[in-house]
Design a binder for this molecule. Sequence first.
Ligand SMILES: Cc1cc2nc3c(=O)[nH]c(=O)nc-3n(C[C@H](O)[C@H](O)[C@H](O)COP(=O)(O)OP(=O)(O)OC[C@H]3O[C@@H](n4cnc5c(N)ncnc54)[C@H](O)[C@@H]3O)c2cc1C
Length: 382
Amino acid sequence: MAHWLNDEHTMIRDAVRRFAEDHVAPISERLWEEEGFPYETWKQAAELGFTGLPYPEAYAGGGGSWLSFVIVLEELARVDCAIANSLMANSSVASLLSNYGTDAQKRQFLRPILDGTRIGAIGLTEPNAGSDAANICTKATLDGDEWVIDGAKTFISNTGTRITGPVVIAAVTGARPDGRKEISSFIVPTGTPGFGTGRKLKKIGWRASATHELFFEGCRIPAANLLGERGAGLRQTLAQISTGRILIGALGLGILQGSIDRSIAYMKERRAFGKPLTEFQALQFKVADMATHAHAARLMLYDAAARKDAGQRFDQQASMAKLFTTERAMEAAHQAVQIHGGYGIISEYPVSRAFGDAKVLEIVEGTSEIQRMIISRELLAG
Ligand SMILES: Cc1cc2nc3c(=O)[nH]c(=O)nc-3n(C[C@H](O)[C@H](O)[C@H](O)COP(=O)(O)OP(=O)(O)OC[C@H]3O[C@@H](n4cnc5c(N)ncnc54)[C@H](O)[C@@H]3O)c2cc1C
């Protein structure tokens, strides 16, 4: 364990681990099969203070550190990565509202997603613009004292539930003098006429994390729902995405640790050729590699989070931690299935479900290719 962790971090880890083992593990398989959003678990997580942990107390947050929040996500994802993602995506919206919202916006929209009565969703990706976010086409046009939104978003987490909202979206509000699109952020409450939720997307991972398409047709919101300055939308999103990368990394670390723990338990219990699997060096080496990767990933992630807590720059460290942790999580999930043999393929075994979850992590919040571009760009600059 990293030597700079204090008693508060240990207490939080113990509390989340107990919650995850007692309340999440028993329902994880059912949630996976039904692809249902766990309302009761969300409520319990909020009561324990997980939903608002690193946000201001003035708006129902916990005033805690980002390192503590990383530990919360890591421990939840060790048991169920989909539930951890609901918390992570909610946090992306909370960061935007917390950093750029007015006091009135924070009271109306931030407070309920921190106290857990609602769940926030962030809508950047479109059918033809994912990695290339500057290429979005959803438009917002000012008409008197209202913005009129037209367009579509896809792959949006935390949508289509009974408690979804607000959704913060990015939309094109004009053209810049150099011809690039002017992009702004808007807060769209659920239930606004012209704002519809499309089909639920069926996924190979994160199945209990609700993912839908969103549609906007003449959707009118008050001018006051512009978030931050007009034209600052892409800058705001990119500024908070480094934090998102640390949080996705935390999900990867949870999968890594879960893969190790389940593999060791299974190796002790399963026998082949008259011996427990623990006696086969080929499998011993797999868990040795996983544990080595988990240790390195933990140091990278905690360092990036500690830098954020200290107000230092952390973008490069966040990209490196996200890239390393999620790719190692995918490898560990793969090896954990291998160690479980045929049982590893069956969805009632958590290693099987973690395999699909791990793959999602290499794609969201900037794919592995995009992380390598960001890291190399800074290395080669100047
Ligand atoms: C389960 C799930 C939940 C999600 N939740 C959200 C959400 O809540 N909100 C939201 O806004 N989005 C969300 N997303 C979208 C996610 O952020 C995008 O899928 C991701 O950014 C990749 O975009 P894309 O899918 O359009 O892939 P593309 O950008 O089309 O990429 C396809 C491939 O090309 C590669 N590629 C692209 N550009 C380059 C380049 N310049 N150089 C080298 N390779 C390149 C990519 O790495 C990838 O391998 C979610 C996605 C999933 C799967």
